[in-house]
Every structure is written in C-alpha cells, then in structure tokens.
Design a protein around this ligand. Structure first.
Ligand SMILES: *Cc1c(COP(=O)(O)O)cnc(C)c1O
Length: 426
C-alpha cells in the first residue's frame, strides 16, 4: 500500500467497510438482529461498564450502523459519529448532552421549517430556550450570547433559501463565548462543504436527504469533530462530571477527542431511544457510494435551471448562490467551490396564487415535502412546510408567499427546463 491518503470518492465507497469476516460478503451485510451474544460473564460486564467496545443491543449500536458511522466520520473529517433514526433525532440527542433545563442556545433564523418548530415548541417543553440570530448579521450572534448560552446552531446551506452561511465567522463567535458550533450540513453534504475544516465542533445531518440520496430511507447522524474541550468551567456536566450510570466515569477524561460521540450514544441514544434500523443504514450506505457523482450532477443541473428561471419573464427573482449576481455568490465561491447545492427558491411576479398554480402544473417535478432525492422536487413553502409561521417570520426564514422551493434531481436538465417552461406559460 502507498502512504497516499485516500481521496473523497474512495472514502465514499470504502471507508469503514471490510469483507464480512465470517462469510466474505463484500457488500456490508444488514445485521438484522436486536442483540449480540456475549463471550462470557466478564465480557458482558466490561461492555456494560464501557471498559470494552462491542455490540450489546441494537438500540445502542449495530455493526451495519457502525460502518455508516465510520464512513460519514471519514467524509466529514471528524473523530467519530453516531447514526440515529432521523435528522430531528440527531438534533435532540446533540442538545441533550449540552443543555440543562433553563439553558439557552443560539440558532440561525434561516433553518429547515421542521427545525424551527422543534426548537420553538418541543425544546421549550424540555426547558431549552432558543434565541434566534440572523446568519447574515454576525454581530447578532455576539449580541445573543448570555452566561446560559451552551451552543450555536446553523445550517451550512440554509433550507429553503439556499443561502450560504459564513461558518468561520460564526465559529469565531462560538470560540470567544466558549460554546461549540453545531452545523447542520444536510443541504451541502460533505462533498460540497466540510464544516469541521471551517471551525465546526459538531456536524449533524438528515441522512434522509443527499447522503441517502434516493428518497427511500429516513435517518440522521451526528459527527464529533473532537475539537472542543468539554471540561472548562463545569459548563457541560454530562461530559465532564462523573456519570452515576457508568460507575462514576467521566466521559471527557476517559474518551478524549471522541467523548461527545460517546455521550450521544451511551447517554442520548441509550436513554432516548431513536435507533436507526440496520436496513436503513444499509440503504443509506449504498447511497453514499455515489454521493460525489450525484452531488456534482445535482449542482450542475441546479445551476442550469437557476439560469433559465433568472431569464424568464414570469419570475421576479431567483435565489441561487451559484449565480454570479447572487448576494451569496462570494460565500459560495469560498465555502462551496464545486457547486452551491441543489435546493433553492425563486419568487413569482404573480405571488401566492402563481406559486400554487405552478406547483399544480408541473409534471416531471414531484410535489412533496422533501429535498435531496434523485428526482426533482417542488414545494410552495408558504402553504406547506412554513405555513405555521406568521407572515413576517415566513419572510425572515426565506419562505414568503410568492416563494417556490425546488430541489433539483439528477435527470436531464433539458427535461427539467422544458417542464418548468410549460408550467410557467408565456
Ligand atoms: C430534513 C431536514 C432535517 C430533518 O431531518 P429528518 O430526517 O426529516 O428528521 C433537518 N435539517 C435539514 C436541513 C433538513 O433538510
């Protein structure tokens, strides 16, 4: 073997996987089992006491899921990862390790609609308070910091607006405040942006989107960058203090630069329970093998469609960071030089009614609430994903009444443009 480090496409196919030691199976098997037999009583005791790594029960870990975890950790440049049942589960598990009731976290206002809901309502019932900041105004993050702030949460490419976030600038705010930066990298995928290279301490994904990539399996993952010191100032007791459920061990002291991933597994996943099915892990692993090919095609198609829309008389504005004229083009060139992603919005001169009408006339685009599928998708956020927000909040999160969101698939771009052309009319 040469000492060359494997490139991204090689890691996407191979990282974490080996031929099955008993059967020689080359594709990663689906270990469809709830539990694993112990060698003997001592082995069982050491697994339960976290003195040895190994499989116990699929709620806590599974060999198929472990391959997925190693692969995504390698692609993101993290020390370890934990797969969970959905993107939303990843967010709950991460914040449970960081926040005590009454604590705060700062979140960018431009987020996936489901995350806005989760943070505003569900997390409030846990006593976790979200404080909103504007990702286009870095000073708004600084102003939001209080002694109770425990984390900052942003999206690398924001859903639905397709805007690019200045990860390095916000990471600097986090460093100064002594809190970790969590980046939801769902819309970019590590092929376009690796947030850890820009100062993120934790990366989360909805695997449901581009990583799985085929619109067939829900999943989520947490990647630990291994960069954050959890022991300072007693701010993160889950990581720094003795854990009564594990004979008083301190996770940071014992597990060092992958302590956060361990905490998410042995405190979060074990106790909250959102385990990923090994079958879904297998589907998502298969998807990841072609991530670099798909992602490039998604981006190239998206740019062609955005250019077509920008020249269409019925279109008021196109928000695609890959267009030279776009407000976020500078940030896109810096953070996502291979392409600005495949999810973006545009607005119609005809407003709300024109948005609803366009969606009903499109034939090749599927009208549904998802992104990051091989198929091209369309939705009118104001009447669906963001309908729960009031008008001002809709506009602030990039989902005003005249806005249509597209997720561009990997079909032939000429067919996508023809479908939009017939649906827009002339
Ligand atoms: C879909 C999505 C989520 C939530 O993921 P689920 O797998 O649906 O739970 C979180 N963040 C972003 C950016 C998403 O697109």
């Amino acid at each position: 073997m040469s000492d060359r480090l494997p490139g991204f496409s090689t890691l996407a196919v191979h990282a974490g996987a080996q031929p099955d030691p008993t059967t020689g199976a080359c594709a990663t098997p689906i270990y469809q089992t709830t539990s694993f037999v112990f060698n003997d009583a001592d082995h069982a005791a050491s697994l339960f006491g976290l003195q040895a790594f190994g499989n116990i029960y699929t709620r806590i870990g599974n060999p198929t899921n472990a391959v997925l975890e190693e692969r995504v950790a390698a692609l993101e440049g993290g020390t370890a990862a934990l797969a969970v049942a959905s993107g939303h589960a990843a967010q709950v598990v991460v914040l449970q390790q960081l926040l005590q009731p009454g604590d705060e976290f700062i979140a960018a206002r431009k987020l996936y609609g489901g995350s806005i809901n989760q943070f505003t309502h569900a997390f409030k019932s846990f006593g976790w308070n979200v404080v909103w900041a504007d990702p286009d105004d870095i000073a708004s993050f600084e102003r939001a910091v209080t002694p109770r702030t425990k984390a900052i949460f942003i999206e690398s490419i924001a859903n639905p607006a397709g805007s690019i976030t200045d990860i390095e600038a916000i990471s600097t705010v986090g460093r100064k405040a002594g809190v970790p930066l969590i980046v939801d990298n769902t819309l970019a995928s590590p092929y376009l942006i690796r947030p850890i290279d820009h100062g993120a301490d934790i990366v989360v994904h909805s695997l449901t989107k581009f990583l799985g990539g085929h619109g067939n399996s829900i999943g989520g993952i947490i990647v630990d960058a291994g960069t954050f010191d959890w022991s300072t100032g007693g701010k993160y007791p889950m990581l720094s203090e003795p854990r009564p459920e594990y004979h008083g061990i301190r996770l940071q002291e014992t597990f060092g630069n992958f302590a956060f991933a361990i905490a998410c597994r042995v405190l979060g996943l074990r106790d909250l329970g959102p385990a990923l099915s090994p079958f879904n892990a297998f589907m998502i692993l298969t998807g990841i093998e072609t991530l670099p090919l798909r992602m490039q095609k998604h981006c190239d198609n998206a740019k062609a469609v955005a250019e077509f829309l920008a020249g269409h008389p019925a279109v008021a504005a196109v928000n695609y960071a890959g267009l030279a004229s776009d407000k976020y083009n500078q940030l896109a060139r810096k953070y996502a030089p291979k392409g600005a992603g495949a999810v973006f919005t545009f607005s119609l001169k005809g407003g709300y009614d024109a948005g609803v009408s366009l969606v009903s006339k499109l034939q090749l685009f599927s009208h549904l609430a998802n992104v990051g599928d091989t198929r091209s998708l369309v939705i009118h956020p104001a009447s669906t994903t963001h309908s729960q927000l009031d008008d001002a909040a809709k506009v602030k999160s990039g989902a005003g009444p005249d806005v249509v969101r597209l997720s561009i698939g990997i079909e032939d771009k000429e067919d996508l443009i023809a479908d939009l052309e017939q649906a827009l009319g002339t």
